[in-house]
Every structure is written in structure tokens, then in C-alpha cells.
Design a protein around this ligand. Structure first.
Ligand code: 6R9
Length: 656
């Protein structure tokens, strides 16, 4: 095991900013949790009485159809929360706001990339969700059937998620940037019955051909009975008779009355695929009550929600951040969630700032990689717009470098908005470690303290806590409601991946350090997972895509430090004999990876080499390759390297 982000193999900080930023007085005076003492009391209480803590929150934040009788049943590594209870997530996110003072309040404000906009009130959202739930019912979807969603960032994607939740049909959203092959693999893994897609979606002024990709996938997915196609662009797409139907045709005749299915707390709400350290993506399985509570609670306290907040999360719903903090968390709290379809630099680099000014956004939640791009584009773009409506900023997805933190604070937040650096994962479902903006002094580069109810520890390889200030492995030692329940169809892999390192405790795959004040500093992945622009990619998945090309004999993929993306993808490739190591072949290999996975996995650097550095037992020494990719000398042990001349050759080789 080695550290992906440190490059040198040991877990150590690269962050240097030492300033501490206390919560602004004015902010704290109006905050729900408004002092460090109050936070500590809550945390201690939750630590001492976790079941009472979570049980009370579940009664406060969730509208139950039938109350639960048992808070937690914990037989490691399997947790069941709120047993005996029934509820419906769509009823919690939509119906209960649609009948009251929030009925006409915007639930979603949507901005399309070409400039079209839609505002959908809670009352309207209830009708749209109910209609589409009836559409799915009409296609034979019942409680328990899996529905795959492969869509652009349009309101209908959120509507489709909520319609599935209304029926109790688990959804699996596949990010629109994934290829046909990647989509097919996910549909096959979860045996989805219906696929919802669109003719296309807009990205940097061009149409992403979602329907064409979907067709390529469905040909290999015998479980798909129907495809629903949303019309978003002017492009003509072929429709397969008997299989494909237009969303608008079906919705036109659907009733807006569809009772919400009572679901058991532990029924599956959705499956979301994410990259692991082996080739095959993992189907992370989340359940109804625990996930809803986790997202509702954390959105409320981390973003210190107020009734009139206009909240803008820039993530795509294809990722967990979009699920938890664009759809479920904000809507469960009845706030207004802003959704943008396209690229941050279309038609120009001021797009986000224009959206913030136009809609008086109060909370912005985005990724460090985006902030670094904004920095590079320059202050003149945010300066063009009035950002004074903002009161709170958030980041997620990767460690934030202090330069980006300070820029975000000064240029976007005008020095007055606290920044919440939120650490969590697809698997955790909801934010785990984060400042509470009215209570926690922030430190650039640290996600600070665990939320009340969350008990993380930094451990050594034997599972013993490491002393403060030392790097180690981040584990969560107590179950929490929004934790994943298992991997779809692969409980062995679930046990192996998350629970075998420290039996009874959840291993995150991240390295971390805790300081003497109890702040956590996340150091990045310690497994074979890359974090490219905040997106998780598996080195093995890219390697298997490369070796599936006939010219390739062997491939090793590592992360290379990148100023903008955090990590870039560097591939070392050995060719089959008789193959010429040409630039044309490099291009063909990059295109092949895009076809197999999607553009987000395109290698930034491909290096042909005659052999890969291996240990005597035949394991590829990725640590050395990371050093070569980063252009640094390897300081670690090379005595197990089979042939030192391989390393010398790699060091002489050209980049590119
Ligand atoms: C929500 C999300 C999870 C991995 C995680 C870690 C990295 C996320 C972070 C962070 C440092 C933060 N990560 N937030 N690292 N500071 N605030 O991103 O989920 O796509 O599953 O990625 O992202 O390495 O393990 P996911």
C-alpha cells in the first residue's frame, strides 16, 4: 500500500497555511449550532448515547408512515436502522412541502446551458413526480424493480429519481459522461428493467449523444424492457418500435395522482456505481430511512439552512454529491435547490457567477478542482457579478490546497462567508467530517471535526490509534444511518473492501492525520483509486481498458500530480511484439479508453516502455512509476525491484 497523493509513499502533509478562521460573529449569532462548546456537547452526547441521538433526529426530521420500533441492529459489518418503520422518501422530499406554506416556493431553479430556465414549485414538483411515477408504473415498474437513469442535468433527472423513490423502485443513475460500454456494465450488474435517457444534453455548446450511447448499451442488456426518451435537443434520434417511448407522449396522458408506496426503512433507495481498487465498479447500495436521515440532517446543520436559502450545488446528479446535496438533502429540508446543466465556462468563464447573481444564491457548494480552474481564469469573471447574496461556501471531492481555499474565501466569499470543507464518500452517503459554519474555527486544508454522531479514528496498519500529528489510515468506528449496506450482489467484496482491514470498523481507503485540536487533515487515497478532478477512477479499470486493445501487452496506470485536476492519469504501456510505438498508437489507445469507460478516464500521458518495474514476485511497483510520472527521484526501497535497468530506462524516456 502506498499513498497516491504524497508521491513519496509515506502519508505526510503537503499543506502549509497555518491561519485559523473563526466563524464570523454575525454568522454565528444566527446559526443553529453557534459555538464550539455547543458542538462538543452535541458530539459527546451522540458518542455516549448514539441510539437516542439518532432516534430523536429521525423523529424530528423524517415524516413516518409508521413509526420505527428499534433504532439500530448492528451485527458487524451489517447495520439495520429504524426497524419497524415505514416511510416514503418522495413524500418526505416533495409531498410534505407541497401542502403548506412552501407549496408555491421554488423547489428547483434550473438553468439550461443554452440559457433556458425553469422554476418548479414544490406543488408543481409533486405533480411532475407523480405523473412520471405513473408513467413508470404503466411500463410495468413495481416496488423493487431497478430503473437506470442516463440523463443530462435537467429537472427531469431529479423528477425521475423522486418518481422511482415514490414507487420504491431503486434507481441507478449513470453519469452522462460514461460510455455505452460503461453504461451496459452497470445495467447488467443490477439487471435494470427500464432505462430513462434523453435524445442528448448540452455540454460546451455541443450535444452529448446520450440516446446513441444508450442504444449501444441496451443492445447488450437483455433485462431492459423499455427505454423512455426525454426530448432535450433538436437532434433526430432513431426510436426502436415497441421498446422506446417519448417521455412527453407518456407523461401527457399520465395522472398526477400517484400514492407514495410505504417503504420499510431498510428497503433499497438506490444503487450508485463507483470505482474501487479492482477493475469492476462497485454498486453502492443505500437504503430508505438511513440515507434520508443522513442527508437531511447534514444538509441542515453543515449548511446551517434557513427558510429563504437559495442553495446551489454544482455537482452532477450522476455522482453521490448530486444525489445527496442537490436532490435529497435540500429537498428533504424544503429549501430551493439550483441546478445547472452545463459547463462552468460556457458561454464564458463567468457562468456560475451570473447564476449566483441572477438567482440570489446564498450557499455555493463546489469542488476544489473547479476553484482551481476559476483561479486560473482570473478574478475578472467573478468581479463582473454581484455575489453579495452568498453567505456560505462549501467544497467537496478532494483535499483543497490552501491557495484555492484562500482564493475562494476572498474572491468569491468576499472574506465574509465561512467555508465548509466537507469530507465524505459515495459509501458514507452523507457528510462525515466538516466544520459547522457557526461553531468550528476553520483551517485551510482541513475538513476539521467529525459531525455529531460520527466517530472517526486514525489508525496504524494493526488497527491501533496513531498519536496526534502522525499520518495513518482513516477508519470510522461506529455505524451511522447513511452508511452503505452492502455492494449490490457482492456481499463478499463489501466485507473484503471495507471491513477486513480493521474488523468491526469501516476502512475508508483514505489516509489522514489528526492534530492536537482534534482536526482531521485528509491526505488522499491510500489504495489504487485515483481522484481526477474530484472524480473517482480505478487504476485497474483503466489498465483493463488498455490491455483489451490488441496492441497492448501490459499496462500500469498511476496518478501524476496535476495543478488543476489534483491528479492526472499516467499510463505506462508495453506493446505486443511487432507493434510500433507511434504517436498515432498513443492516440488510438487514449480513444480506446474513452470508448471503454468515458472521456473522464482519458489518459493524460501515455508512455511506451519495454518493461514495467516489478518485484521479484512479479508485482508492478506502482510507487516507482508514480515517482517517474511526477518527475521526482524515488527515495523508497528499490531492493525488491527485479531489474534496476528498467527504472533507468523509464527515467530517460520522453514524457507525452
Ligand atoms: C463525496 C465524494 C470519495 C473520496 C474520498 C476522498 C476524497 C472527498 C474530500 C476528499 C479530502 C475532502 N474526498 N471529499 N478528500 N477532503 N473534503 O467525493 O465521494 O466520489 O465517493 O469520493 O474523495 O479521497 O475517499 P466520492
Amino acid at each position: 500500500m502506498a499513498n497516491q497523493s504524497g508521491g513519496g509513499g509515506s502519508i505526510e502533509s503537503v499543506l502549509v497555511e497555518n491561519r485559523v478562521f473563526p466563524p464570523p460573529k454575525e454568522f454565528a449569532s444566527r446559526a443553529q449550532i453557534s459555538s464550539l462548546d455547543q458542538y462538543e456537547q452535541l458530539w459527546d452526547r451522540a458518542r455516549a448515547e448514539p441510539e437516542a441521538f439518532w432516534g430523536e433526529l429521525a423523529n424530528e426530521l423524517i415524516t413516518w408512515i409508521r413509526p420505527f420500533s428499534t433504532v439500530l441492529e448492528w451485527t458487524p459489518p451489517h447495520a439495520k436502522w429504524f426497524l419497524g418503520g415505514t416511510l416514503n422518501v418522495a413524500a418526505n422530499c416533495v409531498d410534505r412541502h407541497a401542502e403548506g406554506p412552501r407549496a408555491d416556493k421554488p423547489a428547483l431553479i434550473w438553468v439550461g446551458e443554452p440559457g433556458d430556465e425553469r422554476t418548479i414549485s414544490y406543488k408543481e414538483l409533486k405533480d411532475e413526480v407523480s405523473k412520471f411515477a405513473n408513467v413508470l408504473k404503466g411500463l410495468g415498474v413495481k416496488k423493487g424493480d431497478v430503473v437506470a437513469l442516463y440523463m443530462p442535468m435537467v429537472p427531469e433527472l431529479a423528477i425521475a429519481c423522486l418518481a422511482c423513490a415514490r414507487l420504491g423502485a431503486p434507481h441507478t443513475v449513470v453519469f452522462g459522461g460514461f460510455s455505452s460500454e460503461a453504461l451496459a456494465g452497470r445495467i447488467q450488474d443490477c439487471s435494470a428493467k427500464v432505462l430513462v435517457t434523453a435524445d442528448g444534453g448540452y455540454r460546451r455548446g455541443k450535444v452529448v449523444p446520450l440516446k446513441a450511447n444508450a442504444d449501444g448499451a441496451v443492445d447488450h442488456c437483455p433485462t431492459i424492457e423499455s427505454v423512455v426518451v426525454l426530448k432535450r435537443t433538436d437532434d433526430d434520434v432513431p426510436m426502436v418500435e415497441g421498446r422506446d417511448r417519448w417521455w412527453h407522449d407518456l407523461a401527457a396522458s399520465a395522472s398526477a395522482d400517484c400514492p407514495a408506496e410505504p417503504m420499510d426503512s431498510e428497503d433499497t433507495l438506490f444503487i450508485l456505481y463507483t470505482s474501487g481498487s479492482t477493475g469492476k465498479p462497485k454498486g453502492i447500495q443505500h437504503t430508505t430511512a438511513g440515507y434520508l436521515l443522513g442527508t437531511a440532517y447534514t444538509t441542515k446543520v453543515v449548511f446551517d439552512l434557513k427558510e429563504d436559502d437559495v442553495y446551489f450545488c454544482t455537482a452532477d446528479i450522476g455522482w453521490i454529491t448530486g444525489h445527496s446535496y442537490l436532490v435529497y438533502g435540500p429537498l428533504a429540508n424544503g429549501v430551493t435547490s439550483v441546478m445547472y446543466e452545463g459547463a462552468p465556462n460556457f458561454p464564458d468563464e463567468a457562468r456560475f457567477w451570473k447564476i449566483i447573481e441572477d438567482h440570489k444564491v446564498t450557499i455555493l457548494y463546489t469542488a476544489p478542482t473547479a476553484i482551481r480552474a476559476f483561479m486560473k481564469w482570473g478574478k475578472q469573471f467573478p468581479k463582473r457579478h454581484d455575489l453579495s447574496s452568498l453567505r456560505l461556501l462549501g467544497t467537496v471531492g478532494e483535499p483543497i490546497n490552501p491557495e484555492a481555499w484562500i482564493w475562494y474565501n476572498e474572491v468569491i466569499g468576499g472574506g465574509r462567508c465561512p467555508i465548509v470543507d466537507t469530507w465524505w464518500q459515495t459509501e458514507t452517503g452523507a457528510i462525515m467530517i466538516s466544520p459547522l459554519p457557526g461553531a468550528t474555527p476553520t483551517r485551510p486544508g482541513s475538513a476539521t471535526r467529525p459531525l455529531p454522531g460520527i466517530v472517526p479514528e486514525v489508525l496504524d496498519h494493526d488497527g491501533n490509534p496513531v498519536p496526534d500529528g502522525h499520518g495513518g489510515l482513516l477508519a470510522i468506528t461506529q455505524p451511522w444511518p447513511s452508511m452503505l449496506r452492502t455492494l449490490w450482489g457482492d456481499d463478499d467484496r463489501y466485507r473484503q473492501t471495507y471491513w477486513s482491514m480493521f474488523p468491526g470498523r469501516y476502512f475508508t481507503g483514505d489516509g489522514a492525520r489528526k492534530d492536537a485540536d482534534g482536526n482531521f487533515w485528509i491526505m488522499g487515497r491510500v489504495d489504487d483509486v485515483l481522484n481526477v478532478s474530484g472524480h473517482r477512477l480505478s487504476t485497474m479499470e483503466i489498465e483493463s481498458a488498455l490491455v483489451s486493445h490488441p496492441a497492448v501487452a501490459e499496462a500500469a496506470v498511476v496518478g501524476k500530480p496535476d495543478d488543476l485536476k489534483g491528479q492526472a492519469v499516467a499510463a505506462f504501456v508495453t506493446l505486443e511484439s511487432g507493434q510500433d510505438p507511434t504517436d498515432a498508437l498513443k492516440k488510438a489507445l487514449a480513444a480506446h479508453v474513452v470508448k471503454e469507460i468515458g472521456a473522464l478516464a482519458r489518459p493524460d500521458v501515455i508512455r511506451f516502455t519495454e518493461s514495467l518495474p516489478k518485484t521479484r514476485s512479479g508485482k508492478i511497483m506502482r510507487r516507482l512509476l508514480r515517482d517517474v510520472a511526477a518527475g521526482v527521484e524515488s527515495t523508497g526501497d528499490t531492493t525488491t525491484l527485479e531489474d534496476l535497468s528498467v527504472l533507468a530506462q523509464l527515467r530517460q524516456g520522453d514524457e507525452g
